[in-house]
Design a protein around this ligand. Sequence first.
Ligand SMILES: NC(=O)c1ccc[n+]([C@@H]2O[C@H](COP(=O)([O-])OP(=O)(O)OC[C@H]3O[C@@H](n4cnc5c(N)ncnc54)[C@H](O)[C@@H]3O)[C@@H](O)[C@H]2O)c1
Length: 346
Amino acid sequence: MKVKWGIIGAGGIADRRTIPGMKLSEKAELVAVMEVNMELAEKLRAKYSAKRAYDNVDDLLKDPEVEAVYIASPVVYHKEQAIKAARAKKHILIEKPVALTSKEAEEVAAVCKEEGVKIAVGLMMRYHSYHRKMKEIIASGKLGNIVSCRAQFTCWYPDIPGAWRQKKSTSGGGALMDMGVHCIDLIQYVTGSKAKKVVAFNATKTFKYEVEDSSSVLFETDNGAFVYVDSNFNIPDAASKSKFEIYGTKGSMVAIGTLSQVEEGDLEVLLSDDTLEYDAQQNRIHVAPVKIDVEFGNMYTKEIDSFCDSILYNKPIEVPVEDAIQVQKVIEAAYKSSENQIFVNL
Ligand SMILES: NC(=O)c1ccc[n+]([C@@H]2O[C@H](COP(=O)([O-])OP(=O)(O)OC[C@H]3O[C@@H](n4cnc5c(N)ncnc54)[C@H](O)[C@@H]3O)[C@@H](O)[C@H]2O)c1
């Protein structure tokens, strides 16, 4: 059995990653694509052998064969399109952030509930094999109590006239909203804890656009760890490290290059024995890295497979909209903190 899909906004990340990932899924069938003009829609239809192309959302939603939609349009359109899709009884995989604000995202979630359709969010980094492994190791207790975490996600994103990401009214925010969203979600996901107190710096330092190109967020989780998330639009891609680090009372895990659209990177796990005593020399050489074997796949295929399983077999949704809304509230707290130079409690 396969879920029949329609794509809303097929020409961006959908074309770059998600549709190619969907085509590898044995649980999904691409039926229709929608883009802002017919020429582009038809080009994408032909590229991915979809049955039908549309140049507006209403027509796609009237397609009786479409059971689920993937919404990958600019964020400003998410709320309206998701509500229309829910009213048309289509299940929804929606890109991050769910909407411009957590309040709008809550409206989307409420309509999905009312209409009895399922909704999942495109925080696909949860499907990276190393991130799954990190979650498993933390849950096993091998790292002890988690005391410190850090995640960074950066790119080079200069001024581009008309770019929807560079205006708050069309994106909801800058580097933090666009990239930091993954870091915050991942840290909470792998540690199984939530942010409860936030302080942040957000600023536009390098470019001229109104959203932040630099963001540093510090938060404390409900199990007591301090977390640092940095998101930048002003670090060259070639210089990016995208480090994801977790430190506990019994060891550490450092992933490098795993925050990516491709399942790749390295993970180093260092575990101490249980008989630690104070070492004035602070000797580190006795700790050998634990080798972690994983098989890399395609995070977008896993994301589609997972949501198809939820639709077809009622399996739990792996990236529930409630989680994404909570992440957006953390981001909003970070904006408030930075604007008012205060700590914000959640
Ligand atoms: N999870 C990920 O890996 C990932 C990566 C990049 C972007 N995203 C998210 O995907 C969404 C789109 O980002 P993007 O980078 O693809 O942007 P983009 O600008 O590259 O592509 C957006 C596409 O939507 C189309 N579009 C414009 N107006 C539309 C409308 N009213 N209805 C439908 N389609 C419309 C555009 O023609 C374009 O093809 C955002 O929410 C973004 O945060 C997710």
